[in-house]
Design a protein around this ligand. Structure first.
Ligand SMILES: [Zn+2]
Ligand SMILES: [Zn+2]
Ligand SMILES: [Zn+2]
Length: 327
């Protein structure tokens, strides 16, 4: 069963996807469906002896290209729609023990190019309004498979948080004739306390208004709306920045830090979003080496975030950790 049900109070779609209950949960030891296939290991999701970067459709998708008819009928208050979309898996490397932090910059560069390609190709489909590229890493964010991989959801609507960011950017642009993200970045640059890294084309900072303790935003210096607008030098710069940020995360507490990583690009809904500024958000759930931030009553039940740390201090801790990274 799979369908989209309208939440009339939050005014957003809720997706039911009961077939996902059957998905692989910590498969038997030694078997990884994302490793290359071999005589010893058997067949995996990639029917090849080797690969570089692989992309394929998720076998347990939230959205389907040819979705089943909804199991229930909607009402005028609670419409129901078929959940048409595409869910893909992106394997970063054939090496099972690798992470984004450990990959050579050249491999991350290829990954970034693959993301740009998938964004363009999926975004060009008529029913796809938004292409969300993301990575969930580590058991605290529910990851069942450790092989380095990310996901892509091609949505039939613009997801609510992105819609809010778009709306705020649009209003600021209309009022001040400037980009909100460009304005925020220039303040971060001037202030300096929350800046973590800056390079010619990209910079990374803990935003003034971070919701998560070690939240980091990687932002293009140039005002671009999505990955496809970047020049080759900028792809390399982004690859180096992603490696620095993830290596620094790993140096922070001395273990491979779990996180959610989200690429916030403009929608592919056929409208112009010239006011929007492409960025990548890293949201690690750790507050300290052994404490996690849980989304409890006030966050989940009321949508209000509290952060037990000061972004000025976590940015300083990240800059300190960066010095321990061997380059
Ligand atoms: Zn594997
Ligand atoms: Zn901008
Ligand atoms: Zn964002």
């Amino acid at each position: 069963m799979s369908e989209m049900r309208w939440h009339p109070l939050l005014e957003q779609w809720i997706i039911t996807a009961t077939h996902r209950q059957r998905r692989t949960f910590h498969p038997s030891r030694g078997y990884c469906p994302f490793c290359p296939s071999s005589r010893a290991r058997g067949f995996t999701e990639v029917p090849r002896a080797d690969y570089d970067i692989a992309v394929f459709e998720n076998r347990f998708p939230t959205f389907q290209q040819r979705p089943p008819r909804p199991a229930v009928r909607g009402t005028s208050l609670t419409p129901v729609r078929a959940s048409q979309g595409i869910c893909e898996v992106v394997l970063y490397s054939p090496e099972h023990k690798q992470t984004l932090a450990g990959l050579p910059v050249a491999q991350i560069y290829k990954l970034v190019r693959v993301w740009a390609d998938r964004y363009a190709e999926l975004g060009a489909r008529r029913f796809v309004r938004y292409v969300l590229i993301f990575e969930n890493k580590g058991t605290p964010v529910g990851v069942t498979l450790t092989h380095p991989h990310g996901q892509i959801y091609a949505f039939p609507f613009v997801p609510p948080l992105i819609a809010r960011e778009l709306d705020a950017s649009r209003r600021y642009f209309a009022r001040d004739k400037k980009c909100l993200k460009c304005a925020l970045a220039s303040r971060e640059r001037r202030d300096g306390r929350r800046m973590v890294f800056s390079s010619k084309f990209f910079e990374a900072f803990v935003p003034f208004y971070a919701r998560w303790p070690y939240e980091v935003h990687v932002q293009a210096r140039r005002h671009v709306q999505d990955l496809t607008q970047l020049a080759d030098g900028e792809y390399w710069s982004l690859a180096r920045m992603l490696k620095r940020v993830t290596q620094t995360y790993d140096a922070l507490f001395g273990f491979s830090l779990p996180y959610m990583m989200l690429l916030h690009q403009q929608p592919t809904d056929g409208r112009r979003h010239a006011h929007f500024h492409f960025h990548i958000e890293f949201l690690p759930p750790h507050r300290t080496a052994d404490k996690l931030k849980y989304l409890a009553g006030s966050e989940t039940g009321a949508g209000s975030f509290s952060n037990d740390t000061l972004p000025e201090q976590t940015a300083a801790a990240l800059r300190h950790a960066a010095r321990r990274v061997k380059s």
